[in-house]
Design a protein around this ligand. Sequence first.
Ligand code: NAD
Length: 259
Amino acid sequence: MFKGKTALVTGSTSGIGLGIAHALAAEGANLVINGFGSPAVIQQVELDLQARGVRTLYHAADMSQPAAIEQMLNAASSVFGGIDILVNNAGIQHVAPIELFPVDRWDAIIAINLSSAFHTTRLALPAMKRKNWGRIINIASVHGLVASADKSAYVAAKHGVIGLTKAVALETAQSNVTCNAICPGWVLTPLVQQQVDARAEREKTDLQTAKTALLAEKQPSLQFVTPEQLGALAVFLCTPAADQVRGAAWNVDGGWYAQ
Ligand code: NAD
């Protein structure tokens, strides 16, 4: 479906980004991969994607650094002639009450979870407009729609991502470029595993009990969302059926936001 197109998925060495990269590669898109990991892990990610018959380019840009983001977009342009599908996914979490929230964690979360999407979007959009086709998919969170205690930076950044999504959707409304946000609930990735581990330690329980407690608190389905489900939604947002889906904040959250 996307043969000849190129997708950049930030933070695609793990978790949701990796799931979305696979879903897009399965439809024929070449992939620009980004994120941290050992050389062996990154090589395996590339090999697994190439096994789907697509080309890949890995770029190690630290998404907190605007100059590195620009280098990555330039590399993508010279290898693939620009980005057609931009998935802003890289993100980190830190959990602490606001009075104790480390200032450097606040700055890092705003830079990686929010400002990076501004930089990739401003840099990728000119080529999309020239081709008069593009898809920008921002991986926000249900925390872009509602808050939880002790996640001030994350909630602020994710609400910001949804605002950015709406503004870009309006600026591109009369073109074939669309911009939308996906808002997952709990997905069992390394980012959430850390929170499960912390909970098990705090409550002196085993990991399974901690997982169940985490879900029961917020996610009525009591089941984790999967990277594959999010990949399938990202693919849908790139199809003609989604041409008029613009500025949406689409929650995939087992009912979290319905409460
Ligand atoms: P993850 O930790 O599995 O993956 C995060 C990815 O981002 C990794 O590839 C990591 O290397 C990369 N990354 C982190 N900092 C980076 C930096 N400075 N520069 C470049 N890459 C960087 O986490 P995940 O759960 O897959 O999260 C992916 C996105 O989904 C994040 O934006 C997160 O906020 C969002 N999200 C996750 C959940 C969840 O329950 N897991 C729910 C809602 C939203």
